[in-house]
Design a protein around this ligand. Structure first.
Ligand code: FAD
Length: 481
């Protein structure tokens, strides 16, 4: 059961038999066919420990050919599968709902090529984001995306969820930076869309179907991505604002005064800061002299150190004089920069440690964005801790409700209110995390009936038996008819 939706195992799917295991062992080698309880327990459970499947099998292909063979077999046998990368997804998309076979791409982790002139990186889907960041750093480049889960998430997972993260304000979404990809369809067909060109208008650009489709249309096996050069001067400021309107005005000013060097604009409220300080022992408040209602992290990235610093300092002086900013610090070295980022990036972990957490990842027009947090606080009274933070520069709020344990009364207060509110204010119920299992049935809050029907038609075309990540992304009713 999830919320009001009761999901039943699709009776058309078969169950694993001995011959399947023999086939997989022959194709992948015995040690890459995982039936061990402990390993399966981890792979069946999502990052939040909120969604849990009961798969009896995880497959670890090493290359596209192996993946194609196992998918072909699953399709012919009507065995449902879940594509899995780093399993850091936050909407229950990366774990089975019932006994789906888990196909994890972690062994497909080779860098295929890097072109130092164009900055185009081609790699396999199982490369861990942080490893790509480290590889590029040595070459004088950076990844166009960065997120708190970088140590575990894989580029294939990032592309499949169209992950946004901390740099989207500067480098845009993966729909812009992913230049090509290779994917395997449910029937095992390998579709080569692995272009490396910035411009290619030869017909439909089908790679976009796979970016953000959360493993429902195919399994991504290779990615080609445009990476920006690493610029020499990065500055980070940690600022305090007394009210939300000041955060908004600060963003408005930052876009104008820091324009071409602005590379991140993140915010957190006092509740988020308290959680981090209470649950992550090693972190300290960079602005300890008082308690503020809001904190903003601004990062600039440019090529002229003295110019960029002067620009940021001038911006801050003005912001303090006009009263938008009550207090602030600019990081003096890389350790301090990291400690500022650790506060912002530590929030999901702190929430995790605090108990049960209801997570909502919403796009809302910036001027209305924090109203929802305040309304939710009033709605829940003292029953739970309501926390607001996120990528303010992109109009992306992470609304989190933290409680000692999951409780249907609390959930009933939050949903469907949160979705109705977002829809009423022309927002999106998923800014960057996707729909997964959590929000598949809620899609109509953000998409028209015609659009959802077209999504279902595309799904039926590419995966007629519906074996790829069933019960996720698209409402069940549409696929069963
Ligand atoms: P998984 O979790 O394994 O899978 C995610 C989805 O993609 C699933 O539906 C899965 O079936 C599918 N999938 C995975 N690999 C493939 C593949 N090769 N082919 C087809 N489908 C596949 N997200 C953001 O957008 N911005 C953030 O700032 C951000 N911060 C985060 C911070 C933390 C601490 C955590 C835990 C998560 C955060 N996330 C964020 C969530 C984000 O979606 C994931 O971290 C990441 O993009 C998923 O990558 P993964 O490899 O872990 O994929």
């Amino acid at each position: 059961t999830f919320g009001s939706a009761i999901i039943q195992r699709n009776p058309l799917f078969s169950t694993l038999n001995h011959d399947d295991i023999i086939y997989f062992e022959k194709t992948l080698g015995v040690k890459n066919v995982i039936q061990d309880d402990e390993e399966l327990e981890t792979a069946n459970t999502d990052w939040m420990h909120k969604f849990k499947g009961s798969s009896k099998l995880m497959l670890l292909p090493e290359n596209t050919d192996q993946l194609s063979q196992i998918l072909k077999h699953c399709n012919s046998r009507h065995l449902a599968v879940v594509p899995q990368g780093g399993n850091t997804g936050l909407v229950g998309g990366s774990v089975p709902v019932f006994d789906e076979v888990i196909i994890n791409t972690r062994r497909m982790n080779n860098i295929i090529s890097f072109d130092e002139v164009s900055g185009v990186l081609v790699c396999e889907a199982g490369c861990i984001l942080e490893n790509l960041i480290t590889f590029l750093d040595q070459k004088g480049f950076i990844m166009p995306l960065d997120l708190g889960a970088k140590g575990s998430c894989q580029i294939g997972g990032n592309v499949s969820t169209n992950a946004g993260g901390l740099r989207l304000v500067r480098y845009g979404s993966l729909h812009g930076t992913v230049l090509g990809l290779e994917a395997v369809l449910a029937n095992g067909d390998v579709i080569d869309m692995l272009g490396t060109l910035r411009k290619d208008n030869t017909g439909y650009d089908l790679k976009h179907l796979f970016i953000g489709s959360e493993g429902s249309l195919g399994i991504i096996t290779k990615v080609s991505i445009l990476t920006p050069p690493k610029l020499s001067s990065v500055n980070i400021a940690f600022l305090a604002c007394q009210d939300y309107i000041s955060c908004q005005k600060l963003l408005f000013q930052a876009k104008r005064k820091l324009g071409e060097i602005l590379s991140a604009f993140e915010f957190l409220d006092a509740q988020a800061m308290n959680l981090v300080l209470n649950h992550l022992d090693t972190l300290r408040n960079p602005l300890p002299s008082s308690i503020y209602n809001f904190y903003v992290l601004i990062e600039t990235t440019g090529s002229n150190e003295s110019n960029d610093k002067e620009k940021l300092e001038g911006f801050l002086v003005e912001a303090m004089e006009s009263g938008l900013v009550s207090d602030g610090a600019i990081a003096q070295d890389s350790n301090q920069s990291a400690s500022f980022w650790n506060i912002r990036e530590g929030i999901p972990e702190a929430l995790q440690k605090a108990g049960a957490v209801y997570k909502y990842d919403l796009s809302i027009p910036v001027e209305k964005l924090y109203d929802l947090v305040e309304e939710m606080r009033i709605r829940l009274g003292g029953k739970a801790n309501v926390v607001g933070y996120g990528h303010l520069g992109d109009g992306n709020l992470h609304l989190n409700v933290s409680a000692p344990q999951y409780d249907d009364d609390i959930l009933g207060e939050i949903e469907p209110f949160v979705y109705e509110w977002t829809s009423k204010h022309h927002g999106s119920i998923s800014a960057e995390h996707g729909l997964g299992l959590m929000k598949a049935e809620k899609i109509y809050y953000s998409k028209s009936t015609g659009t959802v029907q077209m999504m279902a038609s595309i799904k039926k075309l590419l995966d007629p038996k519906g074996i790829l990540n069933p019960y996720k992304v698209i409402p069940q009713l549409l696929l069963s008819t």
